[in-house]
Write a protein that binds this ligand. Structure first.
Ligand SMILES: [Fe+2]
Ligand SMILES: [Fe+2]
Length: 318
């Protein structure tokens, strides 16, 4: 039975347990000798970063269960809060790592499993005695794996490829602004006049903005409904992502407007770069969060569409 705490010494100890777990294929000594321990990696509800915690687990009726006892404290542990927001997690057991989806058990289902938890590990019953809150139980179900499907890419893999292409295009735009800055700093003749360079940037931006709009249409009306049907627990995460798409559309048109309004030889390319960089950072944050929160569930829900792979525009001739 192991339930981490959140004080600084407890976090240090927790990290020590994680390191030992990973160095010894899941075997941890000391007080955990012989304990059934797993590492649960959640996506922070607020931070959106990965957080890993060691937890004791029980396999009951073929299902893996972890206990949000927090040592009998009156508040639920932070990791439970993360799971409520984003139920897709990564689990490490022994030397195996797999994606999983969690659900917080309720009602008779929770009570039935709880009785079994306490029967096997009475210490959890002691924790329950210390607090008025009903200690939640969380079921951790592996997401269907694509292993053995023989090179069939999943919808999540496809999403990551598109994000990679979009990200490379954004790098391309920034590289073009860098060239614009370099040309504005020199009096010697340059290979590409600023006006031509600016026209190329706008062209690239039109391609990029259109591709991003199509990508989000595909997510809002194709990928998200597919994953929501397969995993209803993801409704809250998907609502959040849909809301972000509205913001992303605004960022997209801001990028387009910035480039349209820029006057080569008049506007300051450094200012243009700073503003573009800010917008591009926010776009990348959306891509990263989407991959953390739903990529594994998308892979489990559907195959990638048989669309040709997108290729970044070559940098030569920027
Ligand atoms: Fe998206
Ligand atoms: Fe996306």
């Amino acid at each position: 039975m192991y339930e981490p705490e959140s004080s600084a010494p407890a976090l240090d100890f927790q990290q020590h347990v994680i390191d030992e777990f990973r160095a010894n294929a899941g075997v941890v000594g000391g007080p955990f000798q012989g304990s059934a321990l797993l590492l649960l990696t959640t996506v922070g509800a607020r931070t959106r970063h990965r957080h890993t915690i060691p937890l004791g687990y029980l396999d009951i009726d073929g299902t893996r269960v972890v206990v949000a006892s927090a040592g009998g404290a009156d508040r639920n542990p932070a990791w439970l809060h993360n799971l409520r927001a984003h139920p897709v997690v990564t689990v490490e057991v022994g030397s195996e790592t797999y994606p999983a989806i969690t659900s917080i058990l309720a009602g008779a289902e929770r009570d039935r499993r709880w009785a079994e938890v306490v029967r096997r590990q009475p210490g959890y019953g002691d924790y329950q005695q210390r607090t008025a809150r009903v200690i939640p139980l969380v079921e951790v179900r592996p997401l269907p794996s694509r292993a053995g499907l023989d090179r069939v890419r999943g919808l999540g893999d496809f999403m990551r490829e598109v994000h990679g292409w979009l990200s490379a295009e954004l790098d391309g735009v920034l590289a073009q602004v860098d060239t614009l800055i370099a040309t504005s700093d020199t009096t010697t003749p340059v290979a590409l006049p600023p006006r031509t360079l600016h026209a190329q940037m706008r062209e690239r931006c039109i391609t990029f903005c259109g591709a991003l709009e199509r990508h989000h249409m595909g997510e809002d009306f194709g990928a998200f409904p597919a994953v929501a049907q397969a995993f209803p627990a993801l409704a809250r995460t998907l609502d959040q992502l849909r809301a972000e798409h509205v913001v992303v559309a605004e960022i997209n048109s801001s990028i387009r407007n910035l480039l349209a309004d820029y006057e080569p030889g008049v506007g300051d390319p450094r200012e243009l770069r700073a503003e573009l960089h800010l917008l591009i950072t926010r776009l990348r944050e959306h891509f990263a969060f989407e991959e953390l929160a739903i990529l594994d569930a998308l892979n489990a829900a559907a195959d990638a569409p048989p669309a040709p792979a997108l290729k970044p525009t070559p940098r030569e001739g920027n």
